[in-house]
Design a protein around this ligand. Structure first.
Ligand SMILES: Cc1cc2nc3c(=O)[nH]c(=O)nc-3n(C[C@H](O)[C@H](O)[C@H](O)COP(=O)(O)OP(=O)(O)OC[C@H]3O[C@@H](n4cnc5c(N)ncnc54)[C@H](O)[C@@H]3O)c2cc1C
Length: 420
């Protein structure tokens, strides 16, 4: 153990390891502190163990998917975009590819490859890694960081990178410790919400539709003020609600609303975006092919049978009756339900099941060119800890790596940047 390091990195996730490697490659002495007994625990779980490292979008499109504050990422992405990330991993022996032309994975489709390559690189660079070291306090004097304290030790450095992640999936290490550390030195932390998770619904009928994935479902918030909130993708009904890629993406918009309103009404189009007119004409054609088919059979040409049966029930349309024999009003009800199926989101499983956290350390007090605190010299933030979150598809790891890279450059070298 050294008496003093150039840099202490707190947290061995994607952001922290990248910050440590970057600083060490620039000749700095680095200590990496991790509270769990192993490094990279969350990284290991990413992409269902396959690790969706990044995606092939250009920086503008990428940033737009993070919402209004996405522009904050510009300098970090310019310094370390997906091409730089792919090149970095190639250099340390991890080849990657994008089987769908969009999401990038290691060719091994194993996150272990990524972690062991980063660990080997950290060892090569002489980075001191200390696991089972939970940082409890940041040390500083006169707006200059001086080190960090763990439950058992005190470590000194003129630069400290806090890369402790968000609050989701606490079993994987990130439990929100970084918010307390940031607040303890005067940084603001926004309200945080669990995101990227399954959602629960008030309607119990979903439990009867659990078997199938429904492709290209469009979901819109059905509240006047929030009609602009939409998402599209595959959806799966569960025993208590909905899950699947579209739900994971949409949940980051819904959980803050649930905090405010307790229930969030949504409308789903389960028919690949067909409007009422298109549904009517599709059904007419299907029925004309075989007028003896009952309503359930006709509707099932659009949707899995279990879902069709539930929508018939909601429309009070007898599924066993020939579609032609349904009353006009009943047909209209059914068609309108097929174009826009209402659901009421009323819950979720909290941070326990949240793949990411919405909210975090306020961006206003961080310099996007260096990731340095605008309050304390030598203090840096990176990764999910900050108030930025992206959808599924390699966004959050790319951001963690890029911000870790930027922080690790220690560009500020202790100089404090002027407040915005
Ligand atoms: C199941 C799952 C799958 C995911 N899949 C993907 C995916 O495929 N692609 C993608 O882009 N994103 C994915 N994400 C999101 C992505 O994993 C995170 O956004 C990203 O890993 C955050 O990296 P980070 O370095 O900021 O934080 P983390 O990876 O959470 O690392 C923080 C580290 O800090 C340590 N720590 C916390 N507090 C302290 C303390 N007080 N002292 C010392 N150490 C501390 C933690 O133990 C942890 O190791 C997934 C998330 C989950 C949960």
């Amino acid at each position: 153990m050294k008496e003093k390091y150039d840099l202490i990195v707190i947290g061995s996730g994607a952001a922290g390891m990248m910050a440590a490697i970057t600083a060490a490659r620039n000749g700095k002495t680095v200590l990496l502190l991790e509270k769990l007994s192993k490094i990279g625990t969350k990284l290991k779980a990413t992409g269902g163990g396959r690790c969706n490292l990044t995606n092939t979008l250009d920086n503008e499109t990428f940033m737009a998917r993070f919402g209004r504050d996405g522009k904050f990422m510009m300098p970090a992405l310019e310094a370390f975009d997906h091409k730089a990330l792919i090149a970095f991993f190639r250099e340390i022996g991890v080849e990657s590819h994008a089987p769908d032309g969009y999401r990038v994975f290691p060719v091994t489709h194993s996150s272990s490859t990524v972690i062991s390559a980063m660990e080997t690189e950290m060892q090569r660079l002489g980075i001191e890694i200390r696991c089972s070291q939970k940082v409890t306090e940041l040390s500083y004097t006169d707006s200059q960081i001086t080190g960090a304290e763990t439950l058992t030790d005190t470590f000194k450095a003129e630069h400290v990178v806090v890369a402790t992640g968000g609050k989701g999936y606490p079993v994987l290490g990130a439990e929100g410790d970084g918010y307390g550390l940031a607040e303890s030195v005067g940084h603001k932390v926004t309200e945080v919400f669990p995101a990227m998770m399954p959602l629960k619904t008030k309607e119990k009928w979903v439990a009867n539709c659990t078997a199938d994935t429904i492709a290209k479902v469009a979901i819109t918030v059905n509240m006047k003020k929030y009609k602009r909130l939409k998402a599209q993708g595959d959806l799966i009904f569960t025993r208590s609600g909905i899950r699947g890629p579209v739900v994971l993406d949409f949940s980051r918009e819904i959980t803050p609303l649930l905090g405010k309103y307790e229930e969030v009404p949504v409308l789903m189009n389960l028919t690949k975006g067909m409007n009422e007119e298109q549904i009517r004409s599709h059904i007419k054609k299907e029925w004309a092919k075989n007028p003896h088919r009952n309503t359930l059979e006709v509707v099932s040409t659009l949707l899995p049978e279990s879902v069709s049966r539930e929508l018939c029930r909601l429309a009070e349309a007898d599924p066993a009756v020939s579609f032609g024999k349904l009353e006009g009003r009943t047909r209209d009800r059914l068609i309108s339900l097929l174009a826009a199926t209402p659901l009421t989101i009323n819950g979720h499983d909290g941070f326990k099941m949240a793949m990411i956290t919405r909210g975090g350390v306020s961006l206003k007090e961080i310099d996007p060119y260096t990731m340095q605190s605008r309050k304390i010299k030598g203090l840096y933030f990176c990764g999910e800890l900050m108030n930025l979150d992206g959808p599924c598809g390699g966004y959050n790891l790319q951001w963690s790596f890029a911000s870790g890279y930027t922080a690790g450059l220690l560009l500020a070298e202790g100089k404090i940047s002027s407040p915005q």
